[in-house]
Design a protein. Structure first.
Length: 474
């Protein structure tokens, strides 16, 4: 019995020794095997890596890896960085080698208990100069403007320019882009954490205060209509009506200082009046010089006369003061003390009489069409009775009138008054018209016209019709 037990224990002992030896050989063999390959139970990015070398796994990971570039989202722009545009490259080999070196091949038995599943990013590379060029093309990545607070005008509206708020941190944004590409991130959002506000200086605070006060006084918008022409009065001009002291600062109104109500600054009535005067100077045509397209295809400057527009400056100055203070928006036709048939620079229109006193010709146009073309005789140049040039108009006409002047009384059948004692009338005592007659045997200043032509003109012409009278300089 004892011998059998001894024999049994001997067999068990030998079995244990052999098992330990075999396990030792397995341990040593696998430990040696795993010295250049990944240990048992290792998974990287979902790939089973046990027994494979970094080069082998690198090929598999590179085949599976894809990167479509980086989308950069900001408040101002959305930028896409395409991998091809920056010569983007990637490789897992270095990361795999680092991870393999971190493994102890002799500790492989621990993986029998817990498997290893790791996520590795590739080591990426790209052309820095090309990425910099792309970023440089966007202002948000190159922003280096100094903090500025100023005022100005946009489309006639008074505005405050203030770049001290929400300033992009271009350097931090660039760093975030680099990090995202290195980490193969597909989208980054450059949110409020990448922006900051600069503090205001005392001078900038003064600018803001003045802007707020000035802006509270502006807002009127007047479109002055002159026929088909117009002039706009907006904040750009209205701001010049604010009274300023010798140093250029707005003058605070006494009412506002005392009550805190009303306009903060004083208005300059002188500035408003000067603007109205300048407006009238630009658009008044009465007595001014017109560039007239004469019959024959040439242009002649015609100065003077009694026809034209003359703005009522006093009425317009009063209107402007009210409109500015009440912040009126209006399409306004100015008041006139005298109005032509048309307003604007071309106030003659398509129906008019033209008298070329050099060629001694009278033309009458109706709606742009020539209906009368006749020779005439104008004032006697030799006796200094020449007919005055200018743009006039028919203000009166009469049949069978006796013209009375120094040393003459003359009966005429048709009288068309155009400027004081100057008019267009028949001259039955003349047999000839036109030519050089006016140089030595002209009229007392009127426009002598053949009976047939003046009778036709009398019947057709209306009161108010412009009459353009000119000499052509040689």
């Amino acid at each position: 019995m004892i011998e059998h037990l001894q024999k049994f224990f001997k067999i068990v002992f030998i079995f244990i020794i052999v098992s330990i030896f075999i396990l030792g050989l397995v341990y040593l063999g696998l430990g040696y095997y795993y010295r250049d390959s990944f240990s048992y139970g290792t998974r990287i990015n979902g790939i089973y890596c046990t027994g494979h070398t970094p080069s082998e796994i690198n090929e598999l990971l590179n085949e599976r890896y894809s990167y479509n570039g980086l989308n950069i989202m900001t408040d101002d722009v959305t930028v896409h960085i395409d991998p091809e545009d920056i010569d983007f490259t990637y490789d897992f080999k270095a990361a795999l080698s680092i991870y393999l070196n971190s493994q102890n091949p002799w500790m492989w038995p621990t993986n029998l208990i817990s498997h290893r599943n790791r996520t590795l990013n590739p080591i990426v590379g790209f052309d820095i100069a090309k990425l910099e060029a792309i970023l440089d093309s966007y202002e948000i990545f190159t922003y280096d403007e100094p903090p500025v607070v100023s005022t100005g005008f946009e489309d006639g509206v008074y505005v405050l320019y203030d770049n001290t708020r929400h300033r992009p941190d271009s350097e931090a944004m660039r760093e975030a882009v680099y990090d995202a590409i290195y980490d193969s991130v597909d989208t980054i959002v450059l949110d409020e954490s990448y922006y900051s506000d600069a503090g205001y200086t005392d001078e900038q605070i003064d600018v803001i205060d003045e802007y707020n006060a000035t802006e509270s006084m502006l807002g009127a918008h007047i479109t002055y209509m002159f026929g088909d022409e117009e002039e706009v009065l907006d904040d750009t001009i209205i701001s010049t009506f604010i009274l300023r002291d010798d140093d250029g600062y707005p003058v605070i109104s006494e009412e506002y200082e005392e009550t805190g109500e009303g306009d903060i600054f004083c208005w300059s009535n002188e500035a408003m009046d000067a603007w109205v005067d300048a407006l009238a100077d630009r658009h008044d045509t009465l007595g001014g010089t017109r560039s007239f397209n004469a019959t024959g295809g040439f242009t002649v400057d015609v100065t003077g006369g009694i026809y034209g527009n003359k703005m009522d400056r006093d009425a317009e100055k009063e209107y402007l003061r009210t409109a500015v203070r009440d912040k009126i928006t209006d399409q306004h036709e100015p008041a006139y003390t005298q109005m032509a048939l048309y307003q604007g620079s071309d106030d003659i229109g398509p129906t008019y009489v033209e008298v070329n006193m050099t060629d001694q010709k009278l033309y009458y146009y109706v709606d742009g069409k020539l209906v009368i073309d006749t020779p005439v005789v104008t004032g006697n140049m030799g006796r200094h009775m020449n007919t005055p040039h200018g743009t006039n108009y028919v203000y009166y006409k009469q049949r069978n009138r006796t013209l009375i002047g120094p040393n003459y009384q003359t009966f005429v059948h048709y009288w068309i008054a155009v400027n004081g004692h100057i008019g267009i009338h028949d001259a039955t005592w003349r047999d000839d018209f036109g030519g050089d007659i006016y140089l030595t045997s002209g009229s007392h200043g009127c426009i002598n016209t053949p009976m047939e032509a003046v009778s036709e003109l009398y019947d057709m012409i209306e009161i108010g019709t412009p009459v353009v009278m000119y000499y052509v300089e040689e």
